[in-house]
Design a protein around this ligand. Structure first.
Ligand SMILES: NC(=O)c1ccc[n+]([C@@H]2O[C@H](COP(=O)([O-])OP(=O)(O)OC[C@H]3O[C@@H](n4cnc5c(N)ncnc54)[C@H](OP(=O)(O)O)[C@@H]3O)[C@@H](O)[C@H]2O)c1
Length: 316
């Protein structure tokens, strides 16, 4: 058998990268090998990936030279940033630039950059419908990723731009699951009114990325936008009701109320949901479910995700 093409995966111990590593390893005849990049090759998560058959390599997105060494000899690289680890759009852009430069220097043949829309293309900074944050952003964790696209283009790196969606896993890990109100009843809260939220199981992002690598050079230069389903808050609440065994309602709040909740990132997420709702046709429109399923035939619906993960969603 021909030598396997190595895919170097940033964030391999996390949600997106982990999904890609596990998908590569689950397809031993697929022609690809997984190189898991982590800051700590001795961690439990890194060792779990090694036990599954991944090559584990240490690198830090802060350190371009470490990335170049980790990308050396790889056919492909999956590049993702970690906004919620530092809340800095400037740092996120620096990390993207480091990965783009490292991929260029290492001569990687196909990069996937996990990105999102630059919302300032839709809502200019002087548009008062939502506040400007950090002086030059509307949705910092989107805008920084969208702005960073140019690092890959400028460096001449053969890149597919993968626009991801809201993880349903946020119901488990991000405190977005059902909460009890003063009357004791359960509800989920989003500032999305009747609008649909494009969502996905985070594991399915890596699986779609694998589909992009398998499709090969025809994907280079393309923007691929993925989702598992487009659902309103009310539809997600109804799905929760079926799993939790008691009614869960949808508590639609205005974006300004959501922005005032005070948790870290509340303003950023309030603006994000306002953007995805006001531009629902474009946002959901590009995130085609059938095209996502073509890249990842095992793509889960929300009900399928809940059937596996519902018991992990904390219910107060
Ligand atoms: N939550 C959502 O709904 C959503 C939706 C779309 C996009 N996103 C975006 O997804 C991105 C995060 O991806 P994710 O959810 O896959 O991340 P994640 O699950 O939080 O995983 C992060 C992994 O990256 C590694 N890491 C952190 N800092 C690093 C550094 N300086 N250098 C190298 N590796 C580092 C860590 O691994 P080690 O500790 O092993 O080094 C960690 O396991 C964010 O930028 C976010 O905006 C999130």
């Amino acid at each position: 058998m021909a030598e396997k093409k190595v895919i170097a995966v940033v964030g391999a111990t996390g949600a997106q990268g982990g999904g890609l590593v596990r998908t590569i390893l689950a397809d031993p005849e697929g022609g690809f090998a997984a190189r898991a990049i982590t800051r700590d090759a001795s961690s439990e998560k890194a060792q779990e990936l090694a036990a599954l058959g991944a090559e584990v390599v240490a690198a830090d997105v802060d350190d371009e030279a470490s990335l170049e060494a980790a990308f050396a000899g790889a056919y492909g690289a999956f590049c993702v940033t970690f906004f919620w680890a530092h809340f800095s759009p400037e740092l996120e852009m620096q990390h993207a630039a480091n990965m783009a430069n490292a991929a260029k220097a290492a001569g990687v043949s196909h990069v996937i950059w996990s990105t999102l829309e630059d919302t300032r293309d839709y809502v200019p900074l002087d548009d008062d419908r939502m506040p400007t944050l950090g002086e030059r952003y509307k949705v910092p964790h989107y805008d920084a990723k969208g702005e960073a696209n140019h690092f890959f283009t400028d460096a001449g790196v053969p890149t597919t731009f993968l626009q991801t969606s809201f993880y349903w896993d946020n119901f488990i890990y991000f405190g977005m699951g059902p909460q009890r109100g003063d009357d004791g009843s359960l509800s989920i809260t989003f500032p999305t009114g009747d609008g649909r939220i494009a969502g996905i199981a985070s594991e399915d992002i890596g699986a779609a990325a694998y589909g992009v690598f398998k499709a090969g050079p025809e994907m280079i230069g393309r923007t691929v936008s993925i989702a598992g389903e487009h659902l309103t808050g009310a539809q997600m609440a109804a799905a929760f009701s079926r799993v939790v065994g008691e009614p869960v309602t949808f508590n639609a709040v205005p974006p300004e109320v959501y922005r005032s909740f005070g948790f870290p990132g509340a303003e950023d997420l309030g603006n994000m949901f306002q953007f995805t709702t006001e531009f629902e046709d474009q946002y959901c429109g590009v995130r085609d479910i059938d095209e996502t399923r073509a890249l990842n035939p095992k793509l889960k619906s929300f009900d399928e995700w809940l059937a596996v993960n519902g018991s992990s969603v904390p219910i107060p």
